[in-house]
Design a binder for this molecule. Structure first.
Ligand SMILES: N[C@@H](CCC[C@H](N)C(=O)O)C(=O)O
Length: 274
């Protein structure tokens, strides 16, 4: 009998293990997610994307034929993953599970309409980026003030003059648990010029990653908010590449690359022993 099928992919180097599981038969425990994502004893990834039919998932969705069951590298469940949705959509088309073009992906953060472009890029309608108020974070001995942004998952996006390239994000930055009782993704953002940002991120449940799609939406919403605007467009440079974000009155879109790099089978004995 073959082992568990997997694929590996990334969106601006935010990398994922994909587990095709249409009928929801995989027992995806926290321990298995942690082992898969471990860069020494597993495949290595920032998160896991289980590809499951909505009827076989814990979230019902009428509009989407497929549900993205996202897990952080520490095994925790998160509502949404912007880079993950792009990779997920690219996989669905590549595997012939949906026709190329426009379709909807179900997530715990709601149904996300996507467009898979002929050049391999993907645009995701992320829904509204909701400003939730000011808070602070402290990292590397420096306190940053930022704006809370709900992109389905929680963010604190801090626009700063401190060059983000100089920050040490190896430790968990401090944040206010009274404001973010379920934890928070923390973005540090420089404005390069009008409509062009640079961002680094410390993700809840992962640590520093080379990109965070929902984080880039939060960064643009925070930057716009700081300039007295509620709508606008910006490119966001992250360590793993560049994405484009458009924040509108009712919704925000995220456009960027999606890459599949490998596919194979997990060793059944390794999986069973976890
Ligand atoms: N990398 C993702 C966000 C993944 C979830 C996040 N760590 C959380 O816990 O909310 C993205 O591209 O949006």
């Amino acid at each position: 009998m073959g082992g568990v099928e997997f694929l590996k992919g990334h969106g601006t180097e935010n990398d994922f293990v994909l587990l095709p599981d249409p009928d929801g038969v995989l027992d995806l425990t926290e321990a298995r997610v942690r082992a898969l994502c471990d860069r020494r004893r597993g495949l290595g990834a920032d998160g896991v994307l289980r590809v499951v039919r909505p009827a076989a998932s814990d979230v019902a969705s009428a509009a989407s034929p497929w549900f993205m069951d996202y897990r952080n590298a520490d095994g925790s469940i998160a509502e949404m993953c912007g880079n993950g949705v792009r990779v997920f959509a690219h996989y669905l088309v590549e595997a012939g599970l949906v026709p190329a073009g426009e379709f909807v992906v179900g997530t715990r953060g709601g149904d996300k309409p996507v467009v898979v472009h002929p050049d391999g890029g993907v645009t995701v309608d992320m829904g509204p980026a909701r400003i939730t108020g000011e808070s602070t974070t402290k990292t590397d001995g420096v306190e940053f003030t930022g704006v809370g942004v709900d992109v389905g998952n929680p963010h604190l996006a801090c626009v700063t003059d401190v060059p983000v390239a100089t920050l040490d994000l190896t430790e968990q930055p401090h944040f206010d648990p009274a404001v973010f009782p379920n934890g928070v993704n923390l973005e540090f953002v420089n404005v390069l010029r009008d409509g062009a940002l640079r961002m680094r991120v410390h993700e809840r449940g992962v640590g520093e990653t080379r990109s965070c799609g929902t984080g880039t939406v939060a960064a643009v919403a925070s930057w716009l908010h700081g300039t007295g605007r509620s709508t606008g467009r910006a490119t966001v440079d992250v360590p793993g590449g560049q994405v484009t974000v458009v924040v509108g009155e009712r919704t925000a879109t995220l456009t960027g690359p999606a890459v599949l790099v490998a596919r194979g089978e997990l060793d059944q004995a390794w999986w069973d022993a976890l």
